[in-house]
Design a protein around this ligand. Structure first.
Ligand code: FES
Ligand code: FES
Length: 187
């Protein structure tokens, strides 16, 4: 069979994103959640960095657990709770990132807001080492780790992670997120 004759199956599915339901027809079974969020739902966030699970820029939460959206097949996210960085649960962390200038060019801000919120829900008072470890999977070219530490401190002061604070059922497992592939640090 020639390559042009190969037909990939497609399915219709419903994605629950930031509390809204989106029926999405004709999703190819190989499409990632990231591709569907950005190309079918036209969302600007999460960001698309590497597309292969190495840069951490596409962070979302899936049923309250951190996930690299480029590694999750869209069909596997059907009818589950997907929260993008644009969800209201991440607003306070976003303000802290901006106040600390922790994402100078803006590209990493979405992933940072998700990761910082997750961290503070697991650890209300993380020290610098815990912050670096939690954010190590976000490969950033222009931030300094000191700014990330300040952003976490500001987010904590703003109540992110407090009992009853807005959160999408953030993970309390304390496990390293699956997207972390190398224990790198921001410059
Ligand atoms: S886009 Fe780089 S990890 Fe997903
Ligand atoms: S904020 Fe510029 S690359 Fe990360």
């Amino acid at each position: 069979m020639s390559e042009s004759a190969v037909e990939w199956p497609a399915v219709g599915l419903t994605l629950r994103v930031d509390g809204h339901e989106y029926p999405v027809p004709q999703v190819w079974i190989g499409d990632s959640l990231l591709a569907v969020l950005r190309e079918r739902l036209d969302l600007d966030e999460p960001r698309d960095g590497c597309g292969v699970g190495e840069c951490g820029s596409c962070l979302v939460t899936l049923d309250g657990r951190l996930a690299a959206a480029c590694l999750v097949p869209a069909v596997a996210a059907a009818d589950r709770d997907v929260r993008t960085p644009q969800d209201a649960a991440f607003e306070a962390a976003r303000e802290a990132v901006e106040a600390a200038n922790a994402s100078p060019c803006g590209f990493c801000a979405p992933a940072l807001t998700v990761a910082i919120t997750d961290l503070l829900h697991r650890n209300a008072d993380p020290g610098p080492a815990a912050v670096r470890e939690a954010l190590a999977g976000i490969v950033c070219r222009c931030a300094e780790s000191g700014r990330w530490i300040e952003a976490v401190a500001r987010a904590g002061e703003a109540g992110v992670g407090d009992a009853g604070a807005a959160g999408p059922g953030i993970s309390d497992s304390g496990e390293m997120p699956a997207y972390v592939v190398e224990a790198g640090e921001p410059a």
